[in-house]
Every structure is written in structure tokens, then in C-alpha cells.
Design a protein around this ligand. Structure first.
Ligand code: SF4
Length: 72
């Protein structure tokens, strides 16, 4: 799993819990956005995590979020 303290994760404000996003710092965040609804997310069978195309080789939390969120 990707750690919130990972340097690349910190660069994009990754958090394992989207409810904790600092909305002053990340004004692009919209309530309801999570890794689980991001187009870069590839869900795993457990439903709680998935691969992220941004962080190749590391899983992210389905309930997480980062500033590279995309719904395209
Ligand atoms: Fe989550 Fe999407 Fe950011 Fe990857 S790019 S960490 S799936 S919000």
C-alpha cells in the first residue's frame, strides 16, 4: 500500500481518507470524490484498495484521495 508519507504521495496530497482532505489547501477537492471513483483507479477484489496508474506498483485506499483525482 502507498504510504501517506511517501514523497510522491505528499507531492499530490494523498490521504487514505478523503474526509480528511484539507480543503483550504486543495480547493479542487469536491465532497464525494474518492480514489474509488477516480479514473486512474483499478479496483482490487477486496473493494477497499486498488492500483493507481499514478503510483505504479502501489495500491491506494478506495476511500483515499489526491490532487490528481480525475473523473475523465
Ligand atoms: Fe486516488 Fe486517483 Fe489520486 Fe490515484 S490519482 S491516488 S486513484 S485520487
Amino acid at each position: 500500500m502507498l504510504s501517506e508519507s511517501d514523497a510522491q504521495a505528499r507531492n499530490v496530497g494523498y490521504t487514505e481518507n478523503a474526509a480528511t482532505v484539507d480543503r483550504n489547501k486543495y480547493s479542487s477537492y469536491m465532497p464525494g470524490q474518492t480514489c474509488g471513483t477516480c479514473s486512474l483507479f483499478q479496483a482490487q477484489a477486496d473493494g477497499k484498495s486498488g492500483d493507481c496508474l499514478l503510483f505504479s506498483g502501489k495500491r491506494v485506499a478506495a476511500a483515499g484521495w489526491c490532487s490528481s483525482y480525475s473523473n475523465m
